[in-house]
Design a protein around this ligand. Sequence first.
Ligand code: BEZ
Length: 233
Amino acid sequence: MADHSQQLATFGANDDFWLFGYGSLIWKPPPHFDVRVEGFIEGYVRRFWQASEDHRGTPEAPGRVVTLIDRAHWETLTDHHEPTERVWGAAYHIPREKVAEVREYLDIREINGYSIQFTPFIPSSDPTTPIQTLVYIGLPSNPQFLGPQDPDALAAHILKSRGPSGENREYLFQLEEALRGLGEGSGDAHITDLVARCRAIEARGVVKGVEEKGVGEGLHTVGSTDEQEEVEK
Ligand code: BEZ
C-alpha cells in the first residue's frame, strides 16, 4: 500500500498536482484546472456511505454522498453490492500558481470528514502512463462514515435529503449520468442499482410510508410542492 503520510509530508503548497474526482468533481470540476483526463483507479470501492451535513444534507438531517473504501478493508465488511473492479472518474491538473487557491476551495467545499491520499490513476487515453493523483477519501475512522447501508433504505434516504448544494437525488442521478459518459464499462453497479431503486420508489408515486430501516422520520414525495417551497426559502 502507498505511504500516504510520506507523500503528504513532501507535498508542498506550491507543487502542481493532479486531483482525482470520483463524485461531484466529475461533473463539477475544480476551478483553475488546465487539463482534464478521464480514467480510473483501482484498489478502492465507491460507496454512498458518507453522511453529508454541508452539501446534500444538513447537520439535523444529513444526506448521503460517496466515499472510497480501501478494497482490503471492504473485503472485511458485509455489503449488499458486488464491487466494481475500477473506480472511474476524472483527474484534473492544477498548475503550480493556482495550488493554494484550489486547495483552499477544496478544503472548504469538500473536506467535511475527508482525508487526503495519493493513488495512481490510469488515463483511458493512455493506460500505459499512470498519473499520481491526490484524492479525498472519507476514511472509516471519520465521524461521517456510516458503513454498509441497506440499499432500499439508502435510496429512500437519498430521495428525501437536500442541503445547501441541492437535492441529494440530483447528486446521485448526476453521478450515474457522468459515469456513463466516461467510457466503455465506466459504470458502477452500486450507483446504477441505487438509481434503479430511487426510480422504483418514485414510480410508486409516494415516498411517504416506505418502510425505512433506521434512517429517520417519514419521507416526502420528491418534487412535491412543500419541498420546492422549502428550497426557495
Ligand atoms: C469528488 O470526487 O467529487 C470528491 C469526493 C470527496 C471529496 C472530495 C471530492
